[in-house]
Design a protein around this ligand. Structure first.
Ligand SMILES: Cc1cc2nc3c(=O)[nH]c(=O)nc-3n(C[C@H](O)[C@H](O)[C@H](O)COP(=O)(O)OP(=O)(O)OC[C@H]3O[C@@H](n4cnc5c(N)ncnc54)[C@H](O)[C@@H]3O)c2cc1C
Length: 391
């Protein structure tokens, strides 16, 4: 726990959550000249979902706002070492969605057209080309694939380190192992954030608490419909002959995905799959229930992997919203309460752009993309636009 004597008495803004969203936001606020930015995390920086992520970064989505946020973030990931002096092991190997049903092909054709209009160089390709790009793939039942060469994957821990160092250099105070325990609101205005080490006076708070955001919102009477859902990943032992250019490959029909992990002769794969039997909750124990379904998907789509040993794995939490779109905005009823959460399993890749957007919302400036449709208020009415995604 933070020594109460080290806790700032006041702050311009308190960011709750030290994952990629909170850190990117704190960095952008401090870089913009906002003084006394304080960030709290109940654990270590990145210890929530961020450092559990598979590290996939892509602009292949089905909604224009999501595409714009992701494309902007990709630019930052590509330039990260130059901008932040931090290597993040960005592999620009592309993302490959394998499609085995006519409706999926039709939907991806429409998505690709939209992505191309927005400058994303994705394309629908034939099965032969897909298998050339990702040689472990079996063609069984495949009709086509969607591929974007500028997507890829990188290392979440390094991104956390890069943003944390940059935020500190810009003057932000980062307090890991200091849990927020409440938010004080007076006459509809945020006036303070309570922590386990004391209270910080502030008139602005950013909820970037990932899977824990519903509770943080409730302290201020703001409804943030985010629920935690466990996801598991496995890391294999070395895969002999693995092509280092293997894209982040997703079997859209089953949600099985894999990408290269590690270096040199020890290079293996990180792989995962959704579990439709998973129910909301904060449990992080690893379970075996999903393994038979995973095994069946591997047998069908990448049979060579059935022979590869498993070296380890972990479980993390998706922070899901009812329509699988993020919640980004300012609360209507509580002045000074901002939120960036509910990324529904795709937040790592949105962190860079969302930090810029939250900075602008705080400063009252126009963000580079209109995020009005991502307001939490949308669940109070109509107009839900589900994102077409499974991974
Ligand atoms: C297995 C797995 C694979 C994934 N793969 C990908 C991927 O390939 N690409 C991708 O884009 N995304 C992926 N994701 C999703 C991604 O990890 C999340 O969307 C993203 O990390 C969310 O970032 P965040 O900063 O909003 O949340 P988090 O990283 O969870 O940060 C929230 C922080 O808030 C802190 N907190 C909570 N309550 C309090 C409190 N009361 N006081 C202080 N601090 C508090 C937590 O400790 C936590 O560190 C994956 C997730 C999982 C689980």
């Amino acid at each position: 726990m933070t020594d109460p004597r080290r806790l700032p008495a006041s702050a311009s803004v308190v960011v709750i959550g030290g994952g990629v969203m909170g850190l990117s936001t704190a960095h952008h606020l401090a870089r913009a000249g906002v003084r006394d930015v304080v960030l709290l995390d109940k654990g270590g920086l990145g210890s929530g979902s961020t450092c559990k992520a598979a590290g996939g970064v892509r602009a292949q989505f089905s909604d224009p706002v999501n595409i714009a946020l992701r494309a902007r973030s990709l630019e930052t990931f590509r330039e990260f070492p130059r901008l932040f002096g931090q290597e993040i092991d960005f592999h620009e190997v592309g993302y490959l969605f394998l499609l085995d049903s006519r409706p999926a092909v039709t939907a991806f054709e429409a998505n690709v057209a939209l992505q191309n209009d927005l400058g994303v160089p994705s394309r629908v390709i034939g099965v032969d080309e897909a298998c050339r790009l990702s040689p472990l793939v079996s063609t069984d039942g495949l009709l086509a694939a969607a591929y974007s060469p500028t997507d890829g994957h990188c290392t979440p821990e390094s991104v956390v380190l890069g943003y944390a160092s940059a935020a500190r250099r810009a003057g932000a105070t980062l307090l890991p192992h200091c849990a927020a325990t409440g938010i004080d609101v007076r006459d509809g205005q945020v006036v303070g954030v309570r922590t386990e080490a004391g209270t910080i006076r502030t008139d602005a708070v950013v909820c970037a608490a990932g899977a824990w955001s519903a509770e943080v919102g409730s302290w201020a009477g703001v409804d943030l419909p985010v629920s935690p859902l466990r996801r598991q990943v496995l890391v294999t032992g070395p895969v002999p002959g693995l092509d280092p250019r293997t894209p982040f490959t997703v079997d859209f029909g089953t949600s099985l995905y894999f990408h290269g992990e590690g270096h040199g002769a020890g290079r293996g794969l990180l792989l995962g799959m959704s579990d439709p039997d998973e129910t909301p909750g904060f449990a992080l124990t690893r379970s075996d229930g999903w393994l038979p379904r995973l095994g069946a998907a591997i047998e069908r789509r990448a049979p060579a992997l059935a022979e590869v040993g498993i070296a380890g794995g972990w479980a993390g939490l998706y922070e899901t919203t009812p329509d699988h779109n993020a919640l980004i905005g300012r609360a209507d009823a509580v002045e000074g309460f901002l939120y960036a959460t509910g990324f529904s399993g795709h937040g790592f890749l949105m962190g860079p752009a969302v930090g810029e957007v939250v900075r602008d919302l705080y400063l009252g400036a126009e963000p580079f993309v209109d995020v009005g449709g991502l307001s939490a208020a949308r669940f109070a009415g109509v107009d839900v636009r589900p994102e077409l995604t499974i991974v």
